[in-house]
Design a protein around this ligand. Structure first.
Ligand code: NDP
Length: 322
């Protein structure tokens, strides 16, 4: 089967298109999935760079959707032919993957494979950020950085639906239009405008209840300045580089909260995973959530896909097709 293998840490050139044997099923608790679509995420870039621990070589990727081909003898509740999706199984940049059966979620009949692969990781992230990390209430004002990105477009829609006024930051006019369509009332071009001053102006000096910050290095510090009393900084990514270290005392002025959440801690059990997945699939089925699949590449072009993601050239979701 074709797969994208990382043999050394580094730039996109470290992603090699190779022919590997189809992985074999273990005796217990696993399923072999034939992939129809593979999700590209920023975490794939961090893993390629070696920012997170892991051993070399490895097949890149952790998200995808497809059809179960076979299951270990002790697996119940999953059969060959079932359509499934996953977001935390290593080795998804490939034609096949072997996954723990309990990390697979069923895909509803009216959600196609590409939508399922596009939705799970970023959709459940937007879901837990807006419903669990900081449960958004009607009347809240929230600042969403990189609002036209994969997580950004979904989070903006969910925050709006929860009744919040969303202020979104983006780098281009094209991205501004997308974020506006997703429900952002105000857009700040943070590459040319001071987003902190602009946020304070837009809120009449009041600031926001929550900042959802996936950008990190270039936005984190100033984001603390736009929070209201007892507001929360949700620092959930670092697309521009790591956020700087701060002392707890930095939060004393206005009694701010700071959290650095990650999806895996919000889908700890099979039940929690399935609940969150069902919630986001349900939003799509009811027409409440639009998934923008803006970039589809053949699997062999994974390096270009990651180059574009790192180069801020993408909006919404990027998929690879094996
Ligand atoms: P995006 O589609 O949001 O792509 C990243 C975006 O970040 C770019 O399009 C760009 O938007 C913005 N950005 C700002 N500065 C830079 C920079 N210097 N270099 C590159 N991009 C920059 O990616 P994802 O939706 O896949 O992920 C967004 C972030 O969320 C990532 O940091 C990811 O790791 C994190 N994440 C965290 C999760 C968690 O549970 N903690 C789960 C999922 C994702 P613009 O051009 O508008 O500035």
């Amino acid at each position: 089967m074709h797969a994208i293998v990382v043999k050394s840490h580094g730039g996109p050139e470290c992603l090699a298109f190779e022919d590997l044997p189809i992985p074999s099923l273990g005796p217990s608790g696993q399923a072999l999935v034939r992939l129809a679509a593979v999700g590209v995420n920023f975490i794939d870039v961090y893993q390629r760079m070696g920012k997170y621990p892991g051993t070399l070589p490895f097949v890149a990727g952790s998200e995808g959707a497809g059809t179960v081909e076979a299951v270990s003898p002790d697996v119940t509740g999953l059969r060959p032919g079932d359509r499934v999706a996953f977001c935390d199984v290593r080795g998804s940049y490939a034609a096949y993957v072997v996954a723990p059966a309990e990390r697979l979620v069923p895909v509803p009949a009216d959600v196609d494979d590409r939508t399922a692969a596009a939705l799970l990781l970023q959709g459940m992230t937007a879901q837990y950020l807006s419903k669990s990390t900081y449960p958004i209430r009607p009347g809240d004002v929230v600042l969403v950085h990189a609002a036209a990105g994969g997580v950004g477009l979904l989070l903006t829609q969910m925050a709006r639906r929860a009744g919040a006024r969303v202020i979104g930051t983006v780098s281009t006019e094209e991205k501004a239009a997308l974020a506006r369509d997703a429900g952002a009332e105000d857009i700040i071009l943070y590459t040319s405008q001071d987003f902190a001053a602009e946020t304070m102006r837009l809120t009449g000096g009041a600031g926001v209840n929550a900042v959802y910050d996936s950008v990190g290095k270039t936005t984190f510090e100033k984001g603390l300045d736009v929070l209201r009393r007892r507001g929360i900084m949700v620092s959930f990514g670092q697309s521009s580089g790591n956020a700087p270290a701060i002392e707890p005392l930095r939060l004393v002025n206005r009694s701010l909260y700071l959290t650095r959440p990650k999806l895996l801690d919000y889908i700890t059990t099979a039940e929690e995973l399935r609940e969150r997945a069902a919630d986001v699939f349900g939003m799509v089925e009811r027409g409440e959530l639009h998934v923008r699949i803006a970039h589809v590449y053949p699997l062999r072009d994974a390096a270009q896909a990651q180059r574009d993601l790192e180069g801020r050239k993408t909006t919404g979701k990027i998929l690879l097709i094996p």
